[in-house]
Ligand binder design. Sequence first.
Ligand SMILES: Cc1cc2nc3c(=O)[nH]c(=O)nc-3n(C[C@H](O)[C@H](O)[C@H](O)COP(=O)(O)OP(=O)(O)OC[C@H]3O[C@@H](n4cnc5c(N)ncnc54)[C@H](O)[C@@H]3O)c2cc1C
Length: 284
Amino acid sequence: MYDTAIVGGGIAAFTAALTAKNLLLDYLWLGEEGFGDKLRLAEKVNNFPTVTGRGSDFAAALRMQMEAEGLVLTRGRADGIFRTGEHYTLSAGGETFTSRTVILATGVETKGRIAGERELLGRGVSYCAVCDGALYRGKKIAAVISSPKFEEEAQFLARFADMVYCVCLYPAPKLKGENLVVLQKTPTAVEGNGRVEALVFGEERLPVSGVFFLKNSAPPDALVFGLPTDGVHVKVERDLSTGLEGLFAAGDITGRPYQYAKAAGEGCVAAHSAYAFLHSLEKK
Ligand SMILES: Cc1cc2nc3c(=O)[nH]c(=O)nc-3n(C[C@H](O)[C@H](O)[C@H](O)COP(=O)(O)OP(=O)(O)OC[C@H]3O[C@@H](n4cnc5c(N)ncnc54)[C@H](O)[C@@H]3O)c2cc1C
């Protein structure tokens, strides 16, 4: 029986594990090795303290810290998390674990990918206008927008890019701007030889140097039964507690902005909140 089970392999989970270790909690850190694509494949990180290079360099620095601090990662992917009496049971590829608390840091999944989207991630494909928009100053890019709520992010891209082709997958887009062109058709692929060169619509090719996919994804309540969510995000309080007692959430999964600094900070807060929760149980 662990004090806390941290689920996820990115920066939020890393910080939660580091904080849990420093608080002398008996933790299970369940996730993938390498800190995830969203960290490893970032082209250039310029908004996290002390990090000035590629995501892969960031990941290498985290690995060094992990080793120096003796952080233990159990490789695996949680496929179900259930409240069983006073604790949680986690299943991962046939194995089960039990823990008094859980910190969910599984990020936001990007479902419904088109051909080339995964392969060119970090090489012209991005999911985060705020993070990568500035990399496309003076260039022609496309934004594939799944819902009107992302129009603001597309407008943000237009501050940097020469031209933003806004591929709106919903009716009646309200986007306006000198360097914004609204297209209402469905893309079929992203093409490029090692870097994005075009967004493809069947037989038609639109030459661009970057494609932003501004979209929602799989809901976290698919993993944790009964978890209150708001779309793809987990509903959290300021201490990152969720609607399930003893279950905390951190990182992209709690909502925008999708940024390393926010995810890292939340990992720390969630671990402290799990610690406080465990102490409150002892007093009962
Ligand atoms: C290409 C790219 C570039 C970016 N550049 C920047 C940047 O320059 N600056 C910036 O601030 N932000 C940037 N971002 C955003 C940033 O990557 C995210 O905000 C950050 O990674 C969120 O961290 P996280 O730990 O919450 O989630 P993630 O990084 O998404 O990590 C979640 C992890 O959990 C794992 N996981 C998922 N489900 C399970 C499960 N069931 N069991 C176990 N593990 C699971 C995943 O495999 C993944 O490893 C970029 C994103 C992308 C895609």
